[in-house]
Ligand binder design. Sequence first.
Ligand SMILES: [Fe+2]
Length: 243
Amino acid sequence: MGFRMIDFHSHVLPGIDDGAKNVEESVEILDMMAKAGVEVLFCTPHFYPHKQSLERFLQKRQEAYEKLLPYIKPEHPKLRMGAEILLSSRLDREALMQLRLEGTDFVLIEMPYVHFSQSMYDAFYEVADTEGIKVLVAHIERYLESNSLDEVEELFSEENAIGQINCTSLRKFGLRRNCLKLIRHGFVQALGSDYHRIERGYAMLDEGVEILRKKLRENELSALMQASEQILENKTVEEIYAL
Ligand SMILES: [Fe+2]
């Protein structure tokens, strides 16, 4: 079963958020990812719209990338820029366009870790309805801690959003059960390591795929991995769901 390993969610850029602390740590993580067979890695530092201006964020991200650039090795995954954007009613089209996952029209949106209120759904649908924007919801399994499956699935009801899960969640029984449930309901199209600090010990894509290989049918796993490719090809959400 040949497919590329694409990590859609990471905090690998040095010194920009609570992820890799410096260039040395970034390089060490990239070395491990190369060994794990990761081919494409989205760098998605946290963007908190209520705390930071867009300009400042983009400038800091660029600086972090340029610091890392001289140390990138040919075997490292190809880096693409992005952001993990905390849902906010302040997100206008201009900001969303600049924060897209590089090469696509998808934005990676993080929901607050609480029971979703109507105003959160409203803010979410406003982002998802923005012209030229499609939504990838970050680590959707985590929201099941405060929301029912139906409440999480409501995010996907307008068919302009797809979901990502964290490979580390697949290690733990309860979270793994949630991940598998979401995959079988068709709401997971992307995997991520959500890699922060080495000392915290994250599962990378190889481990995640290995666990899924044991727990899913072959066609379920290949549909997920194919969907990930289609995100890179910037297919519509409808096309991706049709898989
Ligand atoms: Fe994250």
